[in-house]
Design a protein around this ligand. Structure first.
Ligand code: KIV
Ligand code: ZN
Length: 506
């Protein structure tokens, strides 16, 4: 009774947020890490939404062994059929179906009566139950639904076969007291509730998503829907790491309630999400921000040195933040590098390991101290490139000229297998010129959607990490490149994106 199921919706509600779109390989990588984190259920996507979503849900369902894999569906046969087909290979499949229950949604969005809504719930859940052993029903906008009707809706879903009933605070409107009261009412009044798991799904529009979810747990909910770093529609969802660490750290307040989350995997999971999407974690983000365990004031530092508990309510190690940053240098060998990368979660095949080692050696000539953050940046810039190197464009050399009284020019030489191609271009700045020269070489037009550059570590010799997003008629593609030279980093990032774009074209 006291185990809380963590239902992760990073790959569905989280991915819906602007800037967090992932391709199928990225979703699969994230799903495997969510499994290592120990989530009980992962919502892999919304299968009916697009062929790409369907393929991602299917790939995840086929790869995940321990967590349940579910797909979201509106309360229609078409949506439910798509979900059922996408998750059919899952070890533990679940169909999640939803319909709005608040009067405002019934009247203005669905244009149906309450009676019709109940009919649709009954039909959809029964239909899903015929196709899948485990069905979850969500009453969208539950927190703004008349409580008698919400109880009726959930009762209908349970009678039709739902094993989990979810109470979303879809618009993030509730307060902890109110939300706790809604869950209590459901626990006390819904017939058959003892045969179902009650779930929370809170949005963060008023910054109360985690507080509301925990109030729901206190009132009897035994599943919490959340996302890594709280990403999701608008202001996001409840943050998984905050729920897991809140329950673990404040056992005195919440009682003997535990999640199965391996909290030591939290930092790695959050960093993977950030690496994949290119969205940085805010320094002050609870649990996983770089400042979450940093003590700046002298008084605090003194206290922590004599006894960490003076200012630390949990240890950095308990969330997988390693305090010790092992520093590697130019005399470190490939074995030491590979071991360190393994600790950081990167098991590279022989070709990639050799490539990262060569990049590491080149970096060691330019930078004295190479930290974990440098290694992650190097490894990440290689992880995403394709296996067959002979079919990819690679950078051979570049020369760029720019100044405040001249047009920037770039001359770039790329190689692909045995072909070597050189082109020159002019631009309003050096990056523009370099990207234009690449475009001429590959003979494929693209739009530059996003370009970001950040220093990986402090100091002047820091690596610059460049994130590039380009698009063509078929889709958008991200690339990451690192170098102590920002122009080189930019070209490398562009080439990762370009190779993905050309692969998709084929
Ligand atoms: O916020 C919401 O109501 C949802 C449902 C589809 C569960 O995401
Ligand atoms: Zn939601």
């Amino acid at each position: 009774m006291n185990a809380i199921q963590i239902f992760d919706t990073t790959l569905r509600d989280g991915e819906q947020a602007p800037g967090y779109a992932m391709n199928i390989d990225e979703k699969l990588r994230m799903a495997l890490q969510l499994e290592s984190l120990g989530v009980d259920v992962m919502e892999a996507g919304f299968a009916v939404a697009s062929p790409g979503d369907f393929a991602s849900v299917k790939a995840i369902a086929g790869a995940i062994k321990t967590s349940s894999v579910c797909s979201l569906s509106r309360a229609t046969e078409k949506d439910i059929d798509a979900s059922a087909a996408a998750i059919k290979d899952a070890v533990r499949p679940r169909i999640h179906t939803f319909i709005a229950t608040s009067d405002i949604h019934l009247k203005y969005k669905l244009r149906i009566s309450r009676a019709d809504c109940l009919k649709r719930i009954r039909r959809a859940v029964a239909y899903a139950r015929n196709l899948c052993g485990e069905v979850e029903f969500s009453a969208e906008d539950a927190s703004r639904t008349d409580i008698d009707f919400l109880c009726k809706a959930l009762e209908t879903a349970i009678a039709a076969g739902a094993a989990v009933v979810n109470i979303p605070d879809t618009v993030g409107y509730s307060t902890p007291d109110e939300f706790g009261a809604i869950v209590s009412a459901v626990m006390n009044r819904v017939k058959g509730i003892e045969n179902a798991v009650v779930s929370t799904h809170c949005h963060d529009d008023l910054g109360l998503a985690v507080a509301n979810s925990l109030a729901g747990v206190r009132a009897g909910a035994r599943q919490v829907e959340c996302t890594v770093c709280g990403i999701g529609e608008r202001a996001g969802n409840a943050a998984l790491e905050e729920i897991a660490m809140g329950l673990k750290t404040r056992r005195d307040a919440y009682g003997a309630i535990a999640t199965r989350i391996k909290t030591e995997e939290i930092a790695r999971t959050a960093h993977l999400l950030s690496t994949i999407t290119g969205v940085r974690i805010a320094p002050g983000k609870a649990i996983v921000g770089t400042n979450a365990f940093a003590h700046e004031s002298g008084i605090h530092q003194h206290g922590v040195l004599s006894n960490a508990e003076t200012y630390e309510i949990m240890t950095p190690e308990s969330v997988g933040m390693k305090k010790t940053e092992l520093v590697l240098g130019k005399h470190s060998g490939q074995h030491a590098l590979e071991n360190r990368l393994k600790d950081l979660g990167y098991e590279l095949d022989a070709d990639r390991a050799a490539e990262v080692f060569a990049a590491f050696k080149a970096l060691a000539d330019r930078k004295k101290k190479i930290t974990d953050r440098d290694l992650v940046a190097l490894a990440e810039s290689r992880v995403s490139s394709k296996k067959d190197a002979t079919r990819e464009w690679r950078l051979d050399s570049f020369v760029v000229n720019s100044g405040n009284h001249m047009s920037a020019t770039a001359q770039i030489t790329l190689v692909k297998g045995r072909r070597t191609v050189q082109e020159a271009a002019i631009g309003t700045g050096p990056i523009y010129a370099a990207f234009r020269a690449v475009e001429k070489i590959i003979r494929h037009r693209f739009v530059l959607e996003d370009y970001r550059i950040e220093a990986v570590t402090e100091r002047r010799d820091a690596l610059g990490e460049v994130l590039v997003k380009i698009s063509d008629a078929k889709g958008s593609y991200r690339g990451r490149g690192v170098s102590t030279d920002v122009i080189e980093g930019s070209i490398l990032a562009l080439l990762v994106a370009v190779n993905r774009m050309l692969e998709a074209k084929q």
